[in-house]
Write a protein of this length. Structure first.
Length: 573
């Protein structure tokens, strides 16, 4: 067959001849098709094309098409409702603000899958805390068959369409430049409460990314600070709340107090969805929380060490009032002595090194170190071993606040032939993932510092030992939320260890009896504590300890804090 010659025409523009070329290569393909009689007359090809169109067609735009493609996850009704609302009413720009444990990640996955199936999104960026990158990647792959990859190398920004990365990595050069040079169909940001301040690099970075759809995930309500509320909504949907001076005039009595509440609520509901466990439409049956408070008697050497360190802390705390660095060290020491001799010992050594020419203080620290060396039995650790032996092969996560205590416990358990793995914030992404895998498949126990209280999902475990009790009640729910969440099929057992006649006993009274932290889910405690001006609750408790004349006064004043928190919780329900 002869090649069809290219046709060239020309037109006159301002006395100049401009050639126009017409591409006619398609004619060759058409002629070839005529000669071969097809493929339009092949029934098999027609059937395949018809079936492909059947699969791709959207019969009802308001319904989710992705549900028929999910083989490894069954969304709950509230999650499906949320995805529909984001798709049909919010047009892909929304704040997902469900309470902890209600499945914001599943909702984001549903929305993402729906937009991918409809061909409305291809290039997607998911920004999360570093500790959650692998978890997000795994869930998107396994539950939604979304080919997401965890960002590890610089070249990956250009190579892959769906990337999960840490916010801290993404906002730094050279990664930032790669992101800014691309157009994203969808941006998803987890832990979005970190974007409330318009003057931060995080806010500026997210605002600068070119994106069509955006989902902001946070369990923290945003009504606490009016300016922060405005900043977050503006980041999501500029103009939703008008210009700032208009917002200030119409909706702000002061920084924390709104006016025209109903009007403001209506505007917020156009961009935010918040599902709560108490909602009537939340058809979830969470397993029970079964709490056991275990009071431990100290040995005589332990009691002496506790009393001596408590006296030392009180004396120094009064001297250093206003000196933030020294006060924090003293608060830490008071908490550590209830955790382990090892944790307190390290802090004492560090205080000795920093005491400079203060010979009196040095001598006092050396005296405390000598007393610490006399403690040869640690009652808490002995109780943990006894408890683990009773639980036999049950998976258990032990929470401590201190790395020295973590290492001591790991050594103690190894001596008893109990397999355990550590988990802490200093581990890189790969090591954290490896520790999770070892815990699930090999070890009976995970000994976690506070980093284990955030982000990770441990539904295969249903026993928690609070070796140390946090002074901040918000951390208690974060810990329990690792196992008491969607996907947990067993009752969750919580064992709270506290030493008798110590500050721990008072903290247990505050958390357990006054605000019922262990049995009930108390959402948004950070907001409640901030509203009550308990943002630095550790310092509040320390002041109570130092300035109370006896244990009864400590208990009474902590009861007052508990009542305020409980009232704040009731107001938010």
């Amino acid at each position: 067959m002869n090649k069809v010659p290219e046709r060239i025409y020309s037109i006159q523009v301002n006395d100049q001849t401009v050639p126009i070329h017409f591409d006619q290569e398609w004619i060759e393909h058409l002629q070839s098709t005529f000669q071969q009689d097809g493929p339009w007359n092949m029934w098999e090809v027609f059937q395949m094309a018809y079936q492909a169109e059947e699969v791709m067609k959207v019969e009802d735009f308001d319904e989710l098409q992705c549900l028929s493609y999910l083989a490894n996850v069954t969304p709950f009704p509230h999650q499906i409702h949320t995805a529909k609302k984001v798709l049909n009413e919010m047009h892909g720009r929304a704040i997902l603000a469900d309470e902890v444990g209600l499945g914001k990640t599943i909702e984001a996955g549903l929305i993402m899958k729906e937009y991918l199936i409809r061909g409305l999104a291809k290039k997607i960026l998911i920004l999360v805390p570093a500790s959650l990158v692998l978890q997000w990647t795994r869930e998107l792959n396994q539950k939604f068959d979304i080919p997401a990859v965890a960002q590890k190398k610089e070249w990956m920004w250009e190579q892959y369409d769906i990337i999960v990365a840490s916010m801290d990595t993404a906002k730094r050069p050279p990664h930032r430049e790669h992101i800014m040079n691309q157009n994203y169909d969808m941006l998803i940001v987890d832990e979005a409460h970190k974007l409330k301040n318009k003057n931060t690099k995080n806010w500026e970075f997210i605002n600068s990314i070119r994106k069509k759809f955006i989902l902001l995930l946070t369990a923290t309500p945003i009504q606490n600070d009016m300016i922060e509320l405005y900043n977050l909504v503006t980041l999501l949907k500029p103009g939703q709340l008008g210009r700032f001076h208009h917002f200030q005039k119409e909706h702000m009595k002061d920084k924390r107090s709104p006016k025209n509440k109903e009007l403001l609520r209506n505007e917020i509901e156009k961009v935010m969805i918040r599902n709560k466990r108490s909602d009537e439409n939340i058809e979830l049956k969470f397993p029970k929380r079964i709490v056991q408070n275990i009071l431990i008697e100290l040995t005589e050497p332990e009691r002496r060490l506790y009393n001596e360190i408590s006296s030392f802390v009180k004396g120094q705390y009064r001297k250093f009032r206003g000196d933030i660095q020294n006060m924090l060290a003293l608060i830490t020491l008071q908490r550590e002595i209830c955790s382990s001799r090892d944790a307190a010992f390290i802090t004492l050594v560090n205080m000795f090194k920093k005491s400079g020419g203060n010979e009196e203080m040095k001598e006092e620290i050396l005296r405390l170190v000598r007393i610490a060396k006399e403690v040869d039995v640690q009652s808490k650790a002995e109780k943990v071993v006894s408890l683990l032996n009773e639980l036999k092969d049950e998976k258990v996560i032990i929470f401590t606040e201190y790395r020295a205590t973590q290492e001591f416990l790991m050594s103690k358990l190894a001596e008893q032939g109990i397999r355990s793995v550590p988990y802490r914030g200093g581990f890189n992404r790969g090591k954290k993932d490896w520790m999770m895998e070892l815990f699930q498949r090999k070890a009976q126990v995970m000994v976690a510092t506070e980093a284990g209280g955030e982000g990770i999902n441990l539904q295969f475990c249903n026993h928690i030992i609070n070796y140390d009790l946090p002074w901040n009640p918000m951390r208690v729910e974060q810990r329990i939320g690792r196992v008491h969440r969607l996907g947990q099929t067993k009752d969750v057992y919580i064992y709270n260890l506290s030493t008798n006649q110590t500050i721990e006993e008072h903290i247990l009274y505050l958390l357990h009896e006054k605000i019922n932290m262990f049995e009930n889910v108390i959402g948004s405690l950070d907001t409640i504590l901030e509203r009550l001006q308990f943002k630095d609750i550790e310092s509040n408790i320390m002041d109570i300890m130092v300035n109370s004349k006896d244990d009864q006064e400590v208990r009474d004043r902590l009861a007052g804090i508990g009542s305020q928190i409980k009232n704040g919780v009731n107001e938010c329900k």
